[in-house]
Design a protein around this ligand. Structure first.
Ligand SMILES: Cc1cc2nc3c(=O)[nH]c(=O)nc-3n(C[C@H](O)[C@H](O)[C@H](O)COP(=O)(O)O)c2cc1C
Length: 373
């Protein structure tokens, strides 16, 4: 890679609300199933997250944490944020990251119909999600089950779960939360007409299908201090349906972006897993959704999907397609990616061998030790 790295636009400072960020590099949320059985983040996780802060990431988005103890947990050893012990565990993580000068936001995720842990997964409608459970994440395996339908009381409870978890995140010292409405998890199951056969208020029109996400954002904004960042992660594709595009294309996108902005979202983060930024962040007709989100809402937009690529990321930032770049897999192999870019050093290529000993942080550390032996 030949580059004039010191002038790369990703090295410019940025801000989200009042949160001043050292650069435009954001660590993408990545579930590592490394908490205790009770979902308590560990000292090992604190060290793991501190690596990215030390490596120059201006903002870290910590992996999806489950917000309540009923139906929300996705995987075994996933961290949660609904008990005092979990809150204290996260405090260690936050302190380790802040000590290195970076900011950290926690993703809150409800698995809904794709839970691989709860006895009876619950979703918007009794529709079995397409595809198979993710092998790396235990506990259950095989095709997804048909979920039970959430009743009104369940929906009120899960909403309260998100709001209380956000309050706990604030108490643990996080700079904000990211509400996960992406990749086929619960809030995206509501947004997706194929998995949401409900009537109003949460089913039917796209306005109704994004309503639950918006109500959560608005309630979090109302209960947390004013400068507590509350972003949202959106996507077209699902973890097990990489070729899914929003049915209503541009029309749906306009409604979704306007609705989350009106609800008070501090940023929009567009996930582009598997086939990269251009494929997943565009409508089928090739309209770039990150740029549209920026234009419609004026909010900071985080792009994602293979953005370790030096020229692609420069293009995205300089052409106004996004404000920040979330880096996932490449960050796993280059926790010091921003520093490497600044110092004109080559990046290591990501390899799935990182997961030779499992998806857990301990497995990666074992693999790394072997590589350097
Ligand atoms: C091991 C792993 C775990 C992930 N866990 C999450 C998660 O908890 N929440 C989420 O929104 N996305 C999750 N993702 C998706 C990433 O945030 C990101 O969108 C994806 O890796 C594409 O970005 P990249 O091309 O930079 O890797 C995960 C991805 C990987 C590889």
């Amino acid at each position: 890679m030949t580059q004039t790295a010191n002038t790369h636009p990703a090295l410019n400072t940025g801000s989200i609300q009042n949160l001043e960020l050292a650069n435009r590099y954001v660590l993408a949320p990545m579930s590592r199933a490394s908490a205790t059985e009770d979902g308590v983040p560990t000292a090992e996780m604190a060290e793991y997250y501190a690596r990215f802060a030390k490596g120059g990431f201006g903002l870290l988005i910590a992996e999806g944490a489950y917000p309540d103890t009923t139906f929300s947990q996705a995987y075994s050893n996933q961290p949660g944020l609904c008990t005092d012990a979990q809150q204290e565990g996260w405090r260690q993580v936050v302190e380790a990251v802040h000590a290195q000068g970076s900011k950290i936001v926690l993703q809150l995720i409800h698995a809904g119909a794709v839970s691989q842990v709860v006895d009876v997964p619950h979703g918007p409608s009794p529709i079995r999600p397409e595809g198979h459970m993710l092998q790396m994440y235990g506990t259950k395996q095989g095709p997804y089950e048909e979920p039970a339908e959430l009743c009104e009381k369940d929906i009120a409870a899960l909403k309260a779960g998100f709001v209380q978890a956000a309050k706990r995140a604030e108490k643990a010292g996080f700079d904000g939360v990211e509400i996960h409405c992406a990749n086929g998890y619960l809030l995206d199951q509501f947004l997706t007409p194929e998995t949401n056969l409900r009537n109003a208020p949460y089913g039917g029109s796209v306005e109704n299908r994004i309503r639950l996400t918006c109500e959560i954002i608005a309630e979090v904004r109302a209960i947390c201090r004013q400068d507590f960042v509350t972003g949202v992660r959106l996507s077209q594709a699902k973890a097990t349906q990489p070729d899914y595009f929003w049915m209503g294309g541009l029309d749906d996108a306009r409604v979704i972006f306007s609705a989350v902005a009106e609800a008070g979202a501090s940023f929009i983060h567009f996930a582009s897993e598997r086939n990269g930024y251009f494929y997943h962040s565009s409508t089928k007709d090739g309209v770039r959704l990150t740029k549209l989100a920026r234009e419609i809402t004026g909010l900071p937009v985080i792009a994602n999907g293979g953005l370790e690529d030096f020229s692609l990321s420069a293009q995205i930032l300089s052409e106004g397609e996004a404000d920040f770049l979330a880096i996932g897999k490449s960050a796993m192999c280059n926790p010091d990616l921003p520093n490497r870019i600044a110092n004109q050093q080559l990046l290591k290529d990501f390899t799935f061998e990182v997961f030779s000993y499992g998806i857990q942080v301990s497995g990666q550390l074992k693999w790394e030790a072997e590589q350097s032996a």
